[in-house]
Design a protein around this ligand. Structure first.
Ligand code: NAP
Length: 520
């Protein structure tokens, strides 16, 4: 059994006590163990402050972008190995594992290309300058500078590679050193990804450190210039936000948390848009066994069409083969941990008090290709609740599994948007239809409830990748329950790691400092 290590203060640290087991979720066999016992977190912070930060800040945006390109290449070169580890430690099929692994290299590659356009000036101009007095003798310009602190990244179990890479891309490009902490249950994949990057000698020493296991007293050490970027459950987020040092120092905290995302079918939608709706809902329920923060949890359908939609979805979900991804006939793997299965069984039972199961069983199943009684298998389960407001639990309880609930609405954009809003803030809402007036009304009604609005129509059906993909070009994050955070989205993602400064002075001087020399 492998013992995972942490990469801290320039060396690989192996604990000798306090281990948590990591298992293959298809067989329940132990595959590794992890512990951060013995890590000196004071030294971790010191190392990032004295080595990683200065080294990164000495590089230009273009040079930092080149680091990302090399990281992307290194991960791509080890793609097969990472996919195999993902199967072993997280129970993913090749397609689901690729969503994580390729998502990581793709995000790094996109930020590398985009970052190279930011140039060589240490201060990054943001938006247009503005005249502040009667002449250009007093001019203002917002600029961004790297924060002289440490970024601590705490990630969820479901995206061990992408979670590391998407946060690292923004922090490193901004010029901030980072400490990444994967969820312990799936840390085997993240540990290997960091090991690949470190072994390739790509990033300056101290720019990336890795903690496998608990964060010890690391978070207590964060101060005014540091950043905590957290992805995980809303409950954990709430406890982390409340830490006295983070509040006292106004430490930047970004949270990506739970989300009860909705897919909405506009009335009378037919043809390619309707087909896309069905394909997307089935994929977004079952990819990574439904363990995606962007997965569809609620499906809103005009009341008169709900019976027909239920029949089609139930038929498609019945085709999903749940089992050990080592078996080539399997299209959906197990849940990642025993805890996940336990939460899913309890959560589905809670939903079933306000909704009824119309596809699947809501129970553990034996997996194809797996020994009877072993493995955390749960087949796709569709529920239906006809009293949308009465089914309060459907808008409150995130069952992090291939589970979603069908809900009827009256066909108006206002009704659909209000129901989406009952969850108190989501990462993504998807809507399908071709009636532009209806879609415009929906977009304006639903906008404040969601971080991303994915519109499936005849025009997008050929290209749309599915609502679950968090793309680096556009925002990932959502209001309220979804954490209120903002990641990715080009410059949006960089903002977390940079200080915005209002630069004021004579225009030529301000332009020169902001790298805008020669600007009109
Ligand atoms: P979790 O239990 O909240 O754990 C998330 C991370 O927090 C893990 O690395 C965990 O480490 C760490 N953690 C827990 N308690 C901590 C503490 N007191 N101090 C420091 N770190 C602590 O969530 P999860 O089960 O891994 O992930 C599932 C949840 O994440 C779902 O609710 C999902 O919606 C959400 N999620 C959101 C996004 C997004 O982008 N919005 C993406 C993916 C997942 P250990 O593993 O060592 O306990």
């Amino acid at each position: 059994m492998k013992t995972l290590r942490s990469y801290v203060y320039g060396k690989w640290h192996q604990a000798d006590t306090g281990f948590a087991p990591l298992v293959n979720p298809a067989s329940e066999e132990p595959v590794a163990r992890a512990s951060s016992a013995g890590v000196d977190f004071g030294r971790v912070m010191e190392h990032a402050h004295t080595q990683g930060g200065p080294a990164l800040r000495a590089l230009s945006f273009v040079e930092r972008a080149n680091l990302l390109k090399e990281m992307s290449r290194a991960l791509r070169e080890h793609r097969d190995e990472l996919l195999e580890l993902s199967r072993l430690n997280t129970g993913t099929t090749k397609a689901s594992g690729a969503f994580d692994v390729d998502g990581a290299s793709g995000t790094l590659a996109w930020y590398a290309g985009w970052g190279r356009r930011l140039g060589d000036n240490p201060l990054l101009a943001e938006g247009d300058g503005v005249q502040l007095a009667r002449s250009e003798g007093f001019w203002g310009q917002h600029v961004l500078v790297p924060r002289r602190g440490v970024a601590v990244h705490v990630n969820a179990f479901n995206f061990p590679v992408w979670g590391f890479a998407e946060k690292a891309a923004c922090a490193l490009l901004a010029g901030m050193p980072l400490v990444t902490k994967p969820a312990t249950a799936t840390a085997m994949v993240a540990e290997r990804a960091v090991e690949i990057v470190v072994a390739a000698g790509i990033v300056p020493e101290g720019a990336i450190q890795l903690v496998c296991g608990s964060t010890g007293d690391l978070l207590d050490r964060l101060g005014p210039l540091d950043v905590l970027a957290f992805t995980g459950s809303a409950d954990t987020a709430a406890t982390l936000r409340d830490r006295p040092n983070l509040r006292r120092h106004n430490t930047r905290v970004n949270v990506e948390a739970d989300s009860l995302n909705a897919a909405v079918l506009a009335p009378g939608t037919a043809g390619a848009a309707r087909d896309l709706f069905v394909t997307d809902v089935v994929r977004e329920m079952t990819q990574k066994s439904g363990q995606k923060c962007t997965a569809v949890r609620r499906i809103l359908v005009p009341a008169g069409e709900i019976g027909a939609v239920q029949e089609v979805l139930a038929g498609r979900l019945a085709e999903v083969v749940t089992g050990d991804p080592a078996d080539e006939t399997v299209t959906m793997g197990p849940l990642a941990t025993a805890q996940q299965l336990e939460d899913t069984l309890a959560g589905t039972a809670e939903l079933a008090r306000s909704a009824h199961v119309v596809a699947g069983t809501g129970q553990r199943v034996d997996g194809v290709g797996a020994p009877a009684g072993l493995g955390y298998f749960f087949a796709p389960t569709l529920l239906r609740a006809d009293d949308v407001r009465g089914a309060e639990v459907v808008h409150r309880r995130e069952v992090f599994a291939p589970v979603a609930t069908l809900l009827p609405y009256d066909g108006t954009a206002a009704d659909a948007a209000a129901f989406v809003g009952l969850a108190g803030g989501t990462l993504v809402t998807s809507v399908y239809g071709d009636d532009e007036d209806w879609l415009a009304a929906f977009a304006s009604d639903v906008g404040s409830f969601t971080g991303r609005l994915y519109v499936g129509s005849e025009g997008s059906a050929g290209d749309a990748p599915g609502s679950g993909i968090a793309m680096p070009q556009t925002l990932h994050g959502g209001p309220g329950r979804a954490g209120g955070g903002e990641e990715l989205g080009g410059s949006v993602g960089l903002g977390l790691y940079m200080q915005r400064v209002a630069l004021q002075g004579s225009r030529p001087l301000v332009d020169r400092l902001a790298g805008r020399a020669g600007a009109e």
